[in-house]
Design a protein around this ligand. Structure first.
Ligand code: COA
Length: 183
């Protein structure tokens, strides 16, 4: 789904742009994917697993997202750098197409500036405009206080827990919490 470019002001006063990812963002996207994976345990990939992301792969993905009525994918650009991205995907099967799922992450230097909140406003507005969509779902990993605070602020509540969903390299097992927002 194509969205109009949207400028807004970060909590530190800088201007930021939210829009669909474009070919010119691919290098920035690949950088963000790798950097963010090394900055937090709360993302589902380690930096070395990012080698599977390629220029051509991202190009196709961006085109697929734009062409799909059921996906909204956004990047946030600050001073021309890809700070992070988010996606909401509405299911397509008849039995589950009332449900959408969300993913979001930012590089650490862009945390707590309000980007996550703006991303959510756009994703929720997109889902509300889709006829028949009645709930949005997401997960966060145990200990991710910042994410939980943001999700609760945006109207999500915990409905379940997936025990030991994550196993870190050091062997630690972490639960994953399942959240829902009824639209
Ligand atoms: C989680 C994440 C997307 C949030 O985005 P963000 O841009 O930092 O979020 P915002 O700045 O819009 O809002 C964060 C909110 O959490 C609050 N918050 C931050 N740290 C907090 C803490 N330790 N305890 C409670 N609330 C906290 C902030 O005050 C803010 O609320 P406010 O706007 O009412 O003041 C971002 O921090 C991130 O990318 N983290 C690493 C990757 C990740 O965890 N992704 C999610 C995987 S489920």
């Amino acid at each position: 789904m194509i969205m109009e470019d949207k400028w807004f002001t970060l909590k530190d006063g800088r201007k930021a742009l939210i829009r669909n990812p474009k070919e010119e963002d691919i290098e920035g996207m690949l950088n963000y994917l790798k950097v963010s994976a090394g900055e937090t345990e709360f993302i589902l990939r380690y930096p070395e697993e990012c080698s599977k992301y390629t220029y051509e792969g991202e190009k196709k993905l961006f085109a697929d997202w734009e062409a799909s009525e059921n996906d909204l994918a956004l990047v946030c650009l600050v001073d021309g750098e890809v700070a992070g991205n988010c996606q909401v995907r509405i299911n397509t099967n008849l039995k589950t197409r009332h449900r959408g799922s969300i993913g979001i992450a930012l590089m650490k230097k862009y945390w707590n500036l309000g980007i996550g909140s703006i991303f959510f406003e756009e994703m929720i507005a997109f889902a509300k405009e889709k006829p028949g969509v009645t709930q949005l779902e997401l997960e966060f990993i145990e200990g991710n206080i910042r994410a939980r605070a943001l999700y609760e602020k945006m109207g999500f509540r915990i409905y379940g827990v997936r025990p030991n969903a994550i196993k870190l390299k050091d062997g630690r097992l972490l639960n994953e919490y399942l959240m829902i927002k009824e639209l």
